[in-house]
Ligand binder design. Structure first.
Ligand SMILES: [Zn+2]
Length: 420
């Protein structure tokens, strides 16, 4: 099994005192820039009665008001196109994405805008590797996030995108691809299909993200298919925030971000092991998101030294989402968004999305109850399925059910998955 590399010793092996000083300087510089360029940052600072000079070091971080990801769709609708979050002219951007939410996400300058390069180096990617990238390149940014990081390390990328499993097997096999990028469930589907087709894939290392990655799946990939898969955590808005080293046991926080885990009620830092909302600050001049509440709930690992020699604290793991959203096949689905998509179907009275998991694959079904007196016309379930797929970017099976199937007060999304 190949080794991983420390990509940047100056950052990845910084001692805690140097790290605080470094992050404090980056924060001060970013706040000064963002305050002068981003209307949103100016608005929230004015509202809090503070100016950029009030943020001089990391100790001043909590003076900055939190911006919630859940508020971004409304902010962007009120102040098009980016809600005042963008701090450069749109002409300076490389790409613009439209993630479900809907949220517009910009890609600014640089060959590794989203900072995934360090994560891929830790996973063992190296110059000359052929990497099949099965993350989506369409509208959502993950495909390009991983593509850019791999390219900037000198890997050769096959931009496979989502789906067409058999084609991807043939291509990965013909090219002798040694690396994989994408979701863990598709990695599993791919290597399994390769075996069924008599083309066992030569993938040695994988970087997986955007989904829960159960240890049972990691063990199966390693034991049965010879693939070492390490994971990272990031968001469409802020890029890479944490990544695993070969020692595993949590994901090191990315040294070029400030990641807080805040108690859901007190909004004070959660102690290691206690779940809290992940609130992250990035230093990007194009999109300087300061204290951005991701909506993801995670826990920090107990402090300690890691045998890999990286010094950043670790995120022990993710445990869910704040509010009404779950991730299915790497995409967020939200009760409010499903309700909005179903507004065009007056025959529908109630619904529930049911998420289950079998053979390491997510399965999404919508239980749909019709209104009193409404008859199920021909093709209705297909039309509902198409509309929901368009809105959620993930396919679900629609089950038209008699009235009374869903108990009173049932949740709009019933996530029945367990992660072991
Ligand atoms: Zn480590």
């Amino acid at each position: 099994m190949r080794a991983s590399s420390i990509f940047d010793p100056a950052l990845e092996q910084q001692d805690p005192i140097a790290r605080r000083a470094y992050l404090g300087t980056r924060l001060r510089e970013t706040v000064a820039w963002a305050h002068s360029r981003s209307p949103h940052v100016r608005r929230v600072f004015d509202k809090a009665g503070i100016g950029p000079r009030d943020v001089a070091s990391l100790d001043d971080l909590t003076k900055i008001p939190i911006t919630r990801k859940d508020d971004v769709p409304a902010m962007q609708a009120a102040d098009p196109a980016f809600g005042g979050l963008l701090a450069v002219e749109p002409a300076r951007l490389q790409r613009i994405f439209a993630s479900p939410g809907p949220i517009l996400d910009p890609q600014g300058e640089g060959d590794d805008f989203w900072r995934f390069r360090m994560a891929l180096a830790a996973a063992g990617f190296r110059r000359g590797d052929i990497a099949i990238n099965s993350a989506s390149y369409h509208l959502t940014p993950l495909g390009f996030m991983l593509d850019n990081a791999a390219r900037s390390l000198g890997c050769v990328v096959v931009p496979a995108g989502v789906g067409q499993t058999d084609v991807q097997v043939r291509v990965a096999s013909a090219l002798r691809a040694t690396c994989y990028l994408g979701t863990p469930s598709f990695l599993y589907a791919l290597v399994k299909r390769g075996r069924e087709m008599g083309m066992p894939l030569p993938i040695e290392v994988a970087f997986v993200t955007a989904e829960m990655f159960p240890e049972s799946l990691r063990a199966e990939l390693e034991k049965d298919f010879g693939v070492r898969a390490l994971q990272g955590y990031g968001t469409a808005d802020q890029g890479c925030l944490a990544y695993e080293c070969p020692e595993q046991g949590g994901m090191h926080l990315h040294p070029e971000t400030i990641v807080e885990v805040l108690d859901l009620e007190t909004r004070k830092p959660a102690v290691p092991g206690q779940p809290g909302e992940i609130v992250a600050t990035i230093f990007d001049p194009a999109y300087p998101l300061l204290r951005f509440a991701t909506g993801d709930i995670g826990t920090l690992a107990p402090p300690g030294t890691c045998a890999c020699l990286r010094t950043a604290p670790k995120l022990a793991g993710l445990v869910g989402r704040v509010g009404d959203a779950v991730k299915v096949k790497g995409m967020f689905i939200r009760g409010a968004e499903i309700a909005k998509a179903l507004e065009g179907f007056p025959a529908v009275a109630r619904f529930q999305a049911v998420v289950t998991r079998d053979q390491h694959q997510d399965h999404l079904a919508y239980v749909v109850e019709l209104a009193e007196g409404a008859a199920p016309e021909a093709g209705l379930s297909d039309r509902i399925a198409d509309t929901l797929r368009e809105a959620m970017k993930v396919r679900g099976e629609v089950r038209i059910s008699p009235r009374g199937t869903l108990p009173e007060g049932s949740k709009r999304i019933d996530d029945r998955r367990t992660w072991r």
